[in-house]
Each structure stands twice: as C-alpha cells, then as structure tokens.
Design a protein around this ligand. Structure first.
Ligand code: URP
Ligand code: ZN
Length: 459
C-alpha cells in the first residue's frame, strides 16, 4: 500500500484515548497509526507539539440562507472555506421545503446550490414546512436519498416555517417508519408571541426583550411536548440548539428511560451570556433560543462533559453587522443567528479543555465523534481510526490570539466572540487525505467536497 501522507509525532486523540503517534494516510483514508517517529510516506508533516483531532463535524450550519429579510454573508463556497479554516471537514446544512412545494424538490434544489461549490464534505437536514399526504409519501425517498434527519420549527410563522403539532406528529410517524429522525427547533410559539406583544405594547423594544420573551419555560415546554409526540410516534427525536437546564434534564431523563432522544448545544451558549444583550450593540447577540444566565451556561458545559449532548454545533448564521443593525430599533425584527463555524474549535479548546471542563476525548466527542455517530456519518467520519476517512485537524495548544471582527473569513463585520483571548487554533486541516487549509490558507478548489448520503444508526 502506498503511504501518501504521514502526520508525524502528534498527540493523537482516538476513541480509545490520547497517545503520541504517527498517522499514515493512503489515498483518502487512514491506513495505519504507528508509534511516533516510525511512519514513512511520500509527504511527511511534522505534528510535534500539535494535538491531532478528527476533522470537525459541524452538524448545524446555515450557509446561503435568507431569513427575516436578511441574507447570510456565507454561501456554500465561502462558508465551507471558513469551516475548513476552523478545522471542520464535514458540515450539515439544511434543504428547505417551501410551503405548497415538494420536499424532494427542496432537496434537489439545495444540492444544485451546493454541490459545485462546497469545499468540505456535507450533508443536508430537510426542513419540513408543509406536511400533507403527498409530502408524507416522499419521506421514504428522502431517507433513502440520505436526508434522513429532518428539522421542524415550532415557531417563525411569519417566515412560513412553523409546523403545528398534528402535522408534526404525522411526520414523526412517517419518519419513524422510514428509519429517519425528527429534529426540532423547540420553542412554544404561543408563549413567545404573547410575550412579544406585551413588550411591544409597553414600548419595550431593546434587544434584551428578545431574551425575556423567549424564557426557558418556552423552550422546555416545547422539548417536553416533542418528546411526548416522538415517543408516541416511534420516532427518534433530536433537539437543535438547546439552551435551558430543564430542557436538557428532560432529554437526559428520556434517554435514560430508553427513548431515542438527543440534543446539541452551540458554542455561543457555552461562551456568552445574556448580559451581551444590554450592550449598545446588543442586537448582534440576538439568536433563538436566546442567551441566558451563567447557571444555564454551567449546566450546558456539564451536559457537554457528560455526553448528555451528542454534539456542540455552531448554528452558523452569518448575517453581517449591517444586516443585524437593520432590526436594531425593535428586537422582534433582528435577523436571528450569529456566525461561528470557524471558531468552534478554539472556543471548545480554551473554554473547555484549557479551563478544565473537558478532557481531550470529551472534546473530540462533542466536536466530531458524537455528531458523526448520531447523524449517520460514522465510522467513515468523526474518528481517527483505521479505514476511516483521513479527515484530520492539527491544533496548536500554545499560541494565543484575541478575537476581532477580522478573525472571520469573509466580511461579516462583527464577531460575537470579539475580545476573547483564545488558544487551540487549527493550523492544518486535511480533508480526505488532502491538505485543504494550512495556516488559514485554503489550498483546494470549490466543489471538492462531497454530498454525504447519511444512514442513521442507533445512538
Ligand atoms: O437564531 C437562530 N438559531 N438562527 C438560525 C436559524 C435556526 O433557528 O436555526
Ligand atoms: Zn433553529
């Protein structure tokens, strides 16, 4: 067997632990893991002093998205280059079924938008917005086409995204039968709309009222409702971007009872709290569910460390500073979401490993192994193991850099993590055996990423 690439003398994080080793790459896959200094191949890269992790699997990004009247800065090319610069080799984005249209058409359309442009490998969750006999009949074909995980919004009626409980339950039954999974954006729309109306009537329009109108109760109620519906329907349930302690309690309790229930949290919830909303530029910190208090953040970290969360995602939504500011005069008009695909690793490393909250294997799980397993990408993706795709990132645990708006690839114009001093920066990203980014420079071509046909397994 020809060895094309050796990453030599790194500190390698595998599913069985941490060891000094050489990783041998043949073509697109990991051919061997051997004692340090013993590997030989056509290209040798010295990884001494570096931590070698599996390439990141960011299971929740929104590239080329229009939402609340704004458009993301990132398209599929720039977003996946930013992802690679951040050490990710796989992302999962979303295909939208527009109301009145077919789900399969939504998937086809999104692949046309992405296939020729992506620089990472990628998958798609299917956002279902119109559940009726004809779209339900498409569910087995969507699972077969690799879009086995769906997303349903319990909010955002103005955006024509919200799905009511009856159709949601129908969809869960169809997905359960077809071997799929239902992912929820879980917030109680009635509680939230009522609170928004009260705030607006009282002239309370500042960004902080975004958070007070979306309390943990609204999230917890929707998570518990989702669990009940999914259990009855026999459908695995995933909660996207979870940020409340009682909601995580509910997921953990359901999973302990044997229900197929999982959740992810996001780097912004682990790094930021609701005080940011009181700043002059508080509109930049509006996302849903909202930022909450320190106690919630501590509970989220505990869930990451325990494996209660199957993933930490970025939920990257790269509206520019100008786009976010267009809604600043009233919290209910600010485009929801923040960028983050490029900074998941230094945030997890600095706030997790360096701060003593996570071990390296726990970091690898939240960063890659957990999401790859949950979303049907393992064993090809998410671990450093023989025969797996050679998706690898070298992390520098020494160099510290302060985050600025310029830290991002592309002209986003702000950085939600501005001013934070971080270490654990990726220095080299290998995607399927090719060095795709070195010291921040993209060395590949658009379209080199592949669509991943995901098959869900048991968690
Ligand atoms: O506020 C958020 N999370 N925006 C992105 C869209 C979504 O709900 O995932
Ligand atoms: Zn969402």
């Amino acid at each position: 067997m020809t060895i094309d690439l050796v990453l030599a003398n790194g500190t390698v994080v595998t599913p069985s632990g941490v060891m000094e080793a050489d990783i041998l790459v043949s073509g697109e896959v990991i051919a061997d893991i051997v004692p340090p200094g013993t590997g030989r191949g056509a290209r040798m890269i010295d990884a001494r002093g570096r931590i070698v992790l599996p390439g990141g699997v960011d299971a929740h990004v929104h590239f080329l998205i229009g939402f609340m009247g704004q458009r993301s800065v990132y398209d599929f090319y720039s977003g996946t280059v930013a992802a690679l610069r951040g050490g990710n080799t796989t992302v999962i984005d979303f295909a939208l079924q527009r109301r009145g249209r077919s789900m399969l058409d939504g998937l086809k359309h999104r692949r046309v938008q992405a296939d020729r442009h992506v620089a990472t490998d990628y998958g798609l969750h299917l956002i279902a917005t119109d559940i009726n006999p004809s779209s339900l009949a498409e569910v087995p074909a969507l699972v077969e086409a690799g879009a086995a995980s769906f997303k349903v919004y319990t909010v955002y009626e103005k955006e024509q995204l919200k799905v009511d409980d009856g159709p949601l339950h129908d969809l869960m039954r169809a997905l359960g039968q077809a071997g799929g999974m239902l992912g929820l954006h879980a917030e109680n729309a009635s509680l939230i709309d009522h609170a928004i109306a009260k705030h607006l009537a009282a002239g309370e329009v500042a960004p902080r009222y975004h958070a007070t109108s979306r309390p943990a109760l609204a999230e917890t109620e929707a998570v518990r409702r989702g669990l009940l519906l999914a259990e009855d329907a026999g459908c695995p349930l995933h909660i996207f971007h979870l940020n409340s302690g009682p909601a995580l309690d509910a997921i953990e309790a359901a999973a302990a009872r044997g229900q197929k229930a999982s959740a992810e949290t996001c780097t912004h919830y682990l790094a930021l709290t609701a005080e940011k909303l009181d700043r002059e530029d508080g509109h930049l910190y509006v996302m849903s569910p909202p930022l909450r208090d320190k106690a919630t953040q501590d509970r989220m970290w505990q869930g990451v460390a325990s494996g209660g969360f199957a993933a930490v995602t970025s939920d990257d939504a790269s509206y520019s500073a100008e786009a976010k500011a267009l809604g600043a005069e009233s919290f209910d008009r600010i485009a929801n979401g923040v960028p983050g695909v490029e900074h998941r690793l230094p945030l997890l490393y600095t706030l997790g490993v360096e701060a003593g909250r996570l071990t390296l294997p726990q970091l690898a799980y939240a960063w890659a192994t957990g999401p790859a397993t949950l979303f049907g990408l393992a064993p090809q993706k998410g671990s450093i193991a023989l025969g797996a795709d050679a998706d690898l990132v070298l992390l520098d645990p020494e160099t510290r850099r302060t985050m600025t708006p310029e830290s991002h690839y592309g002209a986003i114009g702000y950085n939600p993590f501005d001013g934070m001093s971080l270490t654990g920066w990726p220095t080299l990203t290998v995607r399927r055996g090719q060095v795709a980014v070195e010291d921040g420079k993209f060395l590949g071509e658009p379209g080199q990423g592949r669509f991943l046909t995901r098959r869900l397994g048991a968690r």
